[in-house]
Design a binder for this molecule. Structure first.
Ligand code: 1SD
Ligand code: ZN
Length: 223
């Protein structure tokens, strides 16, 4: 990937991520663990035009730590990738925005394996045991969305692309942050233990293989 520096890619501003009043519900939808978020969370800056509203975040992971991410950095895969899905405030909701060219901004974060548990993710990960089976859900009361992201949202890659799940609408302004988030193997195991709708099948390798760039340009916010 030959990403070109673009000085228009300024740092992001996120608002409302730290609020205790955000209502969080973690669900196993048979494909991923998804945290549905109700509250006034917004994302702006980051070279986006306008303000985007945060709807949910979810994860993609592998059966082992050599794979799992949907995006590769150069040719490297990561064991886990988190997507924060935001829709353009000019549309009524996520569904209305999902097929519009300027509809969605997804913020993506790569994870790298470290020896120690990531304490910021400990509470969310412990909630995974409550959603082992497909269609299970649990209200999450002790997690702040701001604890799940990196402090400085300034170094990132950018391209215009699609949803990674069918019908793969070309509606996403993609951002992948350069700074990785630490996670332990034992925390990754909690993701790999989640079950699909098919009885006793684990959700693993729920990532879309990388696609050709097809003439798309990838830019970066840093030199
Ligand atoms: O896979 C998700 C899908 O579940 C849904 O959240 C969609 C947004 O409506 O986004 C895709 S993804 O492109 O963020 N992986
Ligand atoms: Zn995703």
């Amino acid at each position: 990937m030959n990403a070109q520096y673009d000085e228009g890619l300024v740092p992001f501003t996120v608002m409302g991520f730290e609020k205790k009043t955000n209502q969080l519900k973690l669900i196993n939808n048979g494909h991923t663990a998804q945290l549905n978020i109700l509250g006034d969370l917004t994302v702006s800056g980051g070279g986006l035009s306008g303000t985007f509203k945060t709807a949910q975040l979810h994860f993609h992971w592998g059966s082992s730590s050599i794979k799992g991410s949907e995006h590769l950095r150069n040719t490297k895969a990561f064991p886990l990738e988190m997507h924060i899905v935001n829709f353009n405030g000019k549309y009524d909701n996520l569904a209305a925005a999902a097929d519009k060219p300027d509809g969605l901004a997804v913020l993506g974060f790569w994870f790298k394996v470290v020896a120690e548990d990531n304490e910021m993710f400990a509470r969310l990960v412990s909630n995974l045991t409550s959603i082992q089976n497909a269609d299970a859900e649990v209200a999450v009361t002790d997690v702040l969305v701001s604890d799940l992201i990196i402090p400085k949202l300034d170094k990132y890659y950018r391209y215009k692309g699609s949803l990674t799940t069918p019908p793969c609408f070309e509606s996403v302004t993609w951002t992948m942050f350069e700074e990785t988030i630490p996670i332990s193997e034992s925390q990754l195991r909690q993701f790999r233990n989640l079950k699909e709708k098919k009885p006793s099948h684990e959700i693993v390798n729920n990532f879309r293989p990388v696609q050709m760039l097809n003439g798309r340009r990838v830019s970066r916010s840093f030199k």
